[in-house]
Design a protein around this ligand. Sequence first.
Ligand code: ADP
Length: 496
Amino acid sequence: MSAYILALDQGTTSSRAIVFDENGRPVATAQQEFEQLFPRPGWVEHRPEDILNTQLAVAREALARAEVNPARIAAVGITNQRETTLLWDRRSGKPVANAIVWQDRRTAQMCDGLRQAGLEPLFRERTGLVLDAYFSGTKLAWLLREIPGAAEAARRGDLAFGTVDTWLAWNLTGGKRHITDASNASRTLLYNIHTGDWDDDLLHALEIPREVLPEVTDSSGKLAETDRVVIPGAPVIGGIAGDQQAALFGQLCLEPGMVKNTYGTGCFMLLYTGDRAPISRNCLLTTVAWRRGGQLSYALEGSVFIAGAVVQWLRDGLGIIRSAPEIESLAASVADTGDVYLVPAFAGLGAPWWDPHARGIIVGITRGTTRAHIARAALESIAFQVADVLDAMREDAGLALTELRVDGGASANSLLMQLQADLCGIPIARPKVVETTALGAAMLAGLGAGVWPDDAALNRCREEDRHFLPACTAQERQARRAQWRRALDRCRNWTG
Ligand code: ADP
């Protein structure tokens, strides 16, 4: 009897569920968007009930569409938007506030205060992160400070904190289990990635009592029993991982030096470093990739703020394309950019440059420049930024990188992938299943529940769609990247 796995992919704007078969092929999918709340400038919230209800609804819908007997669902895998912070009452299971979404900036000042108190090196060394409002720790501290009685209730052990995985697992188990996996824990600013435990010094700095925190589990294994009222057939939760870590697993980056990049609105690149947790000199993050058999594995993480978003800008801001995919044929209609460079520093520059005061620029325009050259320069800008992050990772990890595995909406663009291979000087590998986040959660869950005996068995779940090999000389590459750096220099510190 063949087995199936239900992957729950709880994202920022929608909840998705995919049923996978034993070959890692998606059998049925369902998706529902839910409301984004913006109660004040800089604040972003979700209703915890919306997260839960849409996730359960799509799970049931996907199961119904797959037309498989619930008894054949061997495991549930959970992957989730990371860092989003929830707090609920342990007795009633009712949230005491809306979820504070990762994008929410309300604790920026709190982070400034911690920095002024000289605590940044401590947080960086213990957690691998930077002190930023993005992560969960200061969000939880804010809730405990601002909700009347919450700090006291948390100390008594009456409240439960969780990231989205924890909230889902709590509800899938009928309130029996308060757990998070180590990859999600590593995004809280509270978890010591070297010792693998919540860190008392960091908890003290943020005035967070241990009693409010979940138990940290492996990312794969028989992690918890689900309640049959909630999920038909009551399969075990076999895997949990944050979305980017799940994608890294789904791309089977399981050897040190293997690296994936997701091309969405922005880019998320993760380099697997195995049992080493290098602290970056280039402002990259060090994060837990996953914990298996009690053993922590790590990754370096870097992001590009504006990637697919520059394509959206060409479509919506400039109106020179009607749809995102159209950029490929327009950019391919010219042989090169005519020496035009576009730096999409719309909201400053991320790793490895970190300049919040940079702003976008197009340079090198002549009388002969057309929209096709601009479109090509826009695509190149994505590839240049990714190449810069890749170099920073290579340097920080001290590893030779032999291939970049890609996924995400814009990875469908073959011209972009070819440019990427040219500018990085390594092959680009695009898989057939680009739903790597959900696939990764399914793989962790399937391994955990024994659907696959070992990692080697996962290889049959990975089918390559296309390989892109570097087609330019090292000299050409260096010249183009040097020119890109000159363009970068011109846009830096613009508003400063
Ligand atoms: P997200 O998960 O961030 O919403 P997706 O993975 O769905 O992103 O990818 C959507 C992004 O990819 C959009 O920014 C869009 O402009 C871009 N995109 C989609 N198709 C293409 C394409 N063929 N070429 C270039 N960019 C594309």
